[in-house]
Every structure is written in C-alpha cells, then in structure tokens.
Design a protein around this ligand. Structure first.
Ligand code: SAM
Length: 294
C-alpha cells in the first residue's frame, strides 16, 4: 500500500469548529486520504456515527485499505458519490440528520500526484483528463476540443480570472492540443514574459484551475451541496468549509450571509492557516475556513 501524500489542512481548527460530541453524527463530504475523517472518528464513541463521502474511487480504495480496522467497527461509513447528492447518500446510510458537516474543497495531493489524472501541469506527457470521478463523461480535453474560442475565453476568464484568456483561447484553437505538456507550453508561449516574471506561479495555473472547475462543475455542485447540507443539520449543528480560491470562497460567504440573515444562523470569524502551517504545507497557503452554526 502507498503511504499517502496528503497533509490535512487546518486540521485542529476544523475539529474545534465542528464542536464534536462523542455520540454525535457527522458527515465529511470530502474524504480524500481521511486526514480529517480519521481525526473526527477518533473523537467519537460507539454511539457516534461518521459518514465520509468522496467521488474519487482511488481515494476510497486507499482509505478502505489504510483504515480497514476502524471501518470494521461499523460506525464509520464510507460512500462513493458526489456531495451534491448528500441527502440521498445520507438516507442510504440510514441517517436522518447530523450535528456537523465538513467540506475540504478542491483536490487532494493524491489526485495531483497520481499518474494519468492530468491535474498537474508538471506531468507533461499525460492526457488532459481532470475528472475527480472517472466515471463522469467529460474530460478537460473534450472541453478544449468542443468549445469554440469565445467559449474557452469565457471559461478561462470566469473560472480562472485569466488576463490573457482571449489570446490563449485563440491559440488553443489554432493548435492540436492532446497532452498536459501541449497546453502548458502553448500558455508559456502566449503569456508575455513580463507577466510571467511578475507572477511567481506557473503561467498555466489559472487555465488549469478553470478547466478543472468546469470539468467537475465545481461551483454549481458546491451551491447544491451547501443547500442540502444545511437542511441535514440539526439546530445548533455546524457547517465547516475550507475553500482554496476566491470563486468557491465567494459562494460559501454568500450562502452563510443568506442563512444568517434569513434564519439567524451564527457566522464565526474566518480562520486562516498559521505561518508555521503554511511553511510546513504550501498547499495550505490559500486556505480559508468558514464556519456556520444553524
Ligand atoms: C482536499 S481533498 C480532501 C482531503 C481530506 N480532507 C484529507 O485531509 O485527507 C478533497 C477531496 O474531496 C473530493 N471531492 C471534491 N469535490 C467533491 C464532490 N463534489 N463530491 C465528492 N467528493 C468531492 C476529492 O475527490 C478529494 O478527494
């Protein structure tokens, strides 16, 4: 078995924010390598229940092997599925309502590192796939082929906030893109050198983010997931969400503000990773933790 790649972000802050009761019921919508789930589970008594969801079969298989003993105890349930179907998945697990729900959005380091996924602009030879759930239909390559230049430009602008969206989109349509490397070298050519120098990140980062969001329909899924998650919470239950970029963070903030205004739910102060966490785990640098109490 591989040792795993993922370091959980804001782990203690999430556990505290969930305000765990040993006999409570909880849902982790984004199992990943179970960094958060295993910690939540360790705080529960035999009466407590944890349901962990992930749409990526590779994550589920890894966790089932690593935590086989804990999972045999019966009160940690794992389900493959999209958290936009959280109501159905929770019903299937025989749970009616819960005391806390966690979403640690985005990709795990496993998905970034794993061969053949096409998520990382470092793996040049791979096909542009980017599906978190490999049973889903559309890949990033399909989008690049099927969308016209105007549609691609819009996608890069809205989901990637990419300044050079138009130039990149036009150039994509002039070239035969197949692999991650084809796309990254095209972007490198198109983005002006001055801009590349100003930005410490890889010039392909925004386009990759945009394609990934589109392939996995991440913003719409998040909106539906938040609505359903809130419905499942008991009064006083907590919704704990880690976001990694402004688009998803905006959705969570908007949702929380709405629930605070209409339902009097309580919003807690946003929590950011400490300097030492960012030093130890660079992936945490853009994380924001938002907490709502129903
Ligand atoms: C950032 S990782 C979670 C890492 C986990 N908290 C840990 O510490 O090990 C996000 C995980 O959520 C999954 N995921 C993202 N969006 C999802 C969705 N809409 N439905 C189900 N799983 C999703 C991804 O497949 C990935 O494995």
């Amino acid at each position: 078995m591989d040792k795993g790649y993922h370091i959980p972000v804001l782990l203690n802050e999430c556990i505290e924010s969930l305000n765990l009761k040993p006999e409570g019921k909880y849902i982790d919508c984004t199992l990943g390598e179970a960094g958060h789930s295993s910690k939540i589970y360790s705080k529960l008594s035999k009466e407590g229940i944890l349901l962990s969801i992930d749409q990526d079969i590779s994550a589920i298989n890894f966790v089932k092997e690593k935590f086989a003993k804990e999972l045999s105890e019966g009160n940690w349930i794992i389900k493959k599925g999209n958290f936009e179907k959280i109501t159905q998945l929770t019903n299937e697990a025989g749970i009616k309502s819960v005391d806390g729900i966690l979403m640690d959005l985005g990709l795990s380091s496993r998905q970034l590192e794993e061969k053949g996924r096409g998520f990382s602009y470092k793996n040049a030879e791979e096909s542009l796939d980017m599906r978190m759930d490999n049973e889903m239909g559309v890949t990033a390559l399909d989008l690049v082929k099927v969308l016209n230049a105007t549609e691609l430009e819009k996608l890069f602008r809205i989901y990637g906030e990419e300044r050079f969206a138009k130039r990149i989109a036009i150039e994509i349509k002039r070239n035969d893109i197949q692999t991650v490397g084809d796309l990254t070298s095209l972007i490198y050519r198109v983005v002006p050198a001055t801009s590349r120098r100003e930005d410490s990140h890889h010039p392909a980062r925004r386009v990759f983010q945009a394609l990934r969001i589109a392939v996995n329909d991440e913003i719409n899924v998040l909106k539906r997931g938040l609505d359903s998650a809130y419905e499942l919470l008991n009064k006083g239950g907590r919704l704990v969400i880690i976001t990694f970029h402004s688009l998803e963070d905006r959705e969570v903030k908007r949702f929380f503000d709405d629930k605070s205004e209409k339902n009097n739910s309580k919003i807690f102060e946003v929590i950011l990773p400490s300097t030492s966490e960012v030093e130890e785990n660079n992936r945490s640098r853009s994380a924001k933790l938002r907490v709502l109490e129903k």
